[in-house]
Ligand binder design. Sequence first.
Ligand code: GCB
Length: 626
Amino acid sequence: MHADRRSFLATLLLSAFTLLSSSATPAGAQASPSTGALTQPTLLVDIDHRSALPLDGDWHYIVDPYQGGIYDFHHHIKPHGIFENLEAPATPNGLVEYDFAKSPTIKVPGDWNTQQKSLYYYEGLLWYQRNFDYTPKPGTRAFFHIGAANYRSNLFVNGKHICDHEGGFTPFDCEITAVLHPGRNFAVIAVDNTRIADGVPTLQTDWWNYGGLTRDVSVVTVPTSFVDDYELHLSRADHKTIEGYVHLVDAAPGAKVQVRIPELNLSTEAAVDAAGKAAITLTPSALTLWAPGHPKLYEVEIATSASSATQDQLTDEIGLRTVEVQGTKILLNGEPIFLHGIAIHAEAPKRTGRAVSEQDINTLLDWAQELGANFVRLAHYPHDQRMTRETDRRGILVWSEIPDYWALHFDDPAVKAKSEQQLGEMIRRDRDKASVILWSVANETPNNPVRTEYLTSMADQARLLDPTRLVSAALLVRGEGNTKIVDDPLGKALDVIGTNEYIGWYEKTPGDIANTTWSIAYDKPLIMTEFGGGAKAGLHGSEHTRWTEEYQANLYRNQIVMLNKIPQLRGISPWILMDFRSPVRLLPGVQDDFNRKGLISDQGQKKQAFFTLQKAYRENTLGKAE
Ligand code: GCB
């Protein structure tokens, strides 16, 4: 079955190519003029500060479990795919068996599972369609932006196949300049959330496989030559110099780019090299560093040369800080810190479904701050960019990870390529966010040489892409008697060791937790990236009775005693802030499709353990920075 799905993607591409080759102006012609091939998706950094035509709102949709939008009765590609958005009698015999305009609508951004009862369990292909008005301007280019589409997607504009993308949690931008025309245009997006064994993540996860266009969609207009990427950070060497680069697309070598930070009275001009990259150095005389408690952001202006026919101008808000490891310490701006954290899924509070709005994100972060957290683990995939913007503003440190989760097909180079792609997209989008201090390359993966080689290479790749942050992964630990042993060889490749343990829940009882000792093979900082247990909000009883709030609070109390005995512990992110939907949590009356390890219920009810942890955070009785 899953091989069929793969061939779906391949044949969809094939059919699009066939159509493209008969088209006068092939889509993506500007991006790959030599082949006339599809546009390679790119990722425009700082997209949320660009002027864009928002395409959020109502989209028509057609559910297509048999992929009849492209296949005929003998499984041959139809001569006219549904993405052409034809209206009868536009075909030769006047038969069209769909009508987007008459089909129901669904909100974008949003998952389909919680918007439409019949789509609750749906895993398959769904077609989105909407019209939009556009007026192309000379000297500009247009990109179609998709903030995230879970899991695979194919974009068509005005009936032409533009690009495809795999990976449900990272953004992409595809050039559509060549296919747009003045007036009414239309987009069709095929989104397929079928789980695949060789996907990232793979078949098994402990979160709901929400399908659809789960983040913002827009059309972004840029000048012919434009800034697509930049990175600015504070030098670890002197903690003073701001360094980095700006990258321009289609700029002649020597083209100028300016970077200004008005509040610091700083300005510089640099020339791009043959690869379009200009190195940037700025030396402020005084600087307020970003940190929790004073999350100072500076407005940064980036512009291409004003003398060029069309100038590109961007602003961003960037915090400046350093993060390093020294022995078993984590240093933020040179000072040791302890990470009082909490793990968060991108699950919408109160209504459930994918978190999509500022309100969703603000509620989650308000709760995290009420708990006393200075750190969040954004599990188990990159969250919406609104999240990392907001953690920047609020001064909350972030662990960001890709869904290299559980038993990926580590022996498959094609899977590795998918992991690398998602890592690259996560880092490119968020490397100008001061709040993000840790990139994680995996969660709870099986310990074997093939996996270790794969993830060591992922850690190296993360460091190569971003040498300014720390690299980690959440490891499984093994036990001997009352001792937990951390010696997973992957630890060698990490700056900070992350470990998950569920003593008192999946093994033993809460009473056994405080007797546990830890043997850690690495002289590195350790973050307890997960621990916890389930409780149904409002269910009360003895602290020895599972699913009661008392049991969960007791488990936390004992965990705190044990954690305080790990000398190199530099942070924790207990599992988890809020109950979240999961298809493997089946216990009626208690779980009802929710993982109940939240400190807060999906409806916003705080459980006793919330206050247990809050007390430890507020009174600073948990953890030492050195
Ligand atoms: C884990 C996983 C997390 C699960 C959690 C649980 O170890 O990393 O994704 O949701 O345990 O509740 O079992």
